[in-house]
Design a protein around this ligand. Sequence first.
Ligand SMILES: C[S@@+](CC[C@H](N)C(=O)[O-])C[C@H]1O[C@@H](n2cnc3c(N)ncnc32)[C@H](O)[C@@H]1O
Length: 343
Amino acid sequence: MSDPFNAEADDAFAISQLMFPTVGLCISVAAQHGLADVLDDGRLTATELAERTRTDPGGLAKVLRVLIEEGIFREVEPGIFENTPLSRLLRRDHPRSQYAMACLVGSPWLWASWGKLSEALTDGRPGFELAHGTTLWEYLARHPEDATIFNGAMTDFSEALGDQVAAAYPEFASNGVIADLGGGTGSYLNAILRAYPAVARGVLVDLESVVEQARSRPDLAQLLESGRLELYGGDFFEAVPADVDMYVVKQVMHSWNDDNVVRLLESCRKASPRARLVAAEFVRDDKTSAFVKNFDLVMTVTMNGNVRSQAEYADVFRRGGYELTRVVPTSTAFSLVEARPSR
Ligand SMILES: C[S@@+](CC[C@H](N)C(=O)[O-])C[C@H]1O[C@@H](n2cnc3c(N)ncnc32)[C@H](O)[C@@H]1O
């Protein structure tokens, strides 16, 4: 018969092990100090790594060893470290780099929101607002350096997955003009334009300061010059481009409550009454992955956003004058929620 006292002791140890908020933070610290860039394709001791990154070798080795548990970096011999496929994604020059995303998650101004999660659950305001006294978007407008990290993180994620999301919806090809609302610095729209040469023009809609970052992206220069990509800076609650064939959004609807999404949908309908809308978002269901559950909590802590279920999407679309027609899975955690104007 099993000993209940030992079982409880095992459980106490098991739950204690889960209480360290270290992995995400250590990934961020590794990115902020450029460890993967410095290691490059070589092997270095903790002392050499610390010298090159001006960090403390003892602390650095501890950060590395926590990450090694997760397959991020490898200790090839005692005290000698090298990159792994996962740590290479923290290199700035990796084609699917997650460097900016990693910097973002542990940046002190965002991390402060997590300290307010408990208060947020009773207060009702997002942790970010409790920590900073303002909304995330207003904060970013006033802190351009932090906004560069935030927009870089969005770009990282879209650059890594945008092609796969775009590939899941061949119907993009039958639209002349596609407007991406809250499209960040243009990675997703660029993926659509790249995959579907039949699309004549893409219109990137985001706040003025964000589309300015898109304007300076070398990889978008040719599209901008040819006029196939157009920038439309401004508040999408005030105005959206008119006479387009399709609106797309990616990771935007989950940032806003239903009333705001309805406002956005109503202005889309007014500006382009026949255009469909295709939203690349996470959709909550009974098989929701741990990633999406964590992401849902990030939404709560940063902006009181929500990952919606299909029924919740259908409802918010209906209120905004659209009918949800299909939810198309992609090979990523995103689904494409397709809606057409209701009659
Ligand atoms: C979570 S990010 C997603 C960016 C991009 N769609 C992507 O998937 O990488 C949300 C975007 O909405 C933009 N945004 C927030 N409020 C906005 C507003 N009122 N008008 C236009 N864009 C806005 C932000 O600047 C940001 O780029």
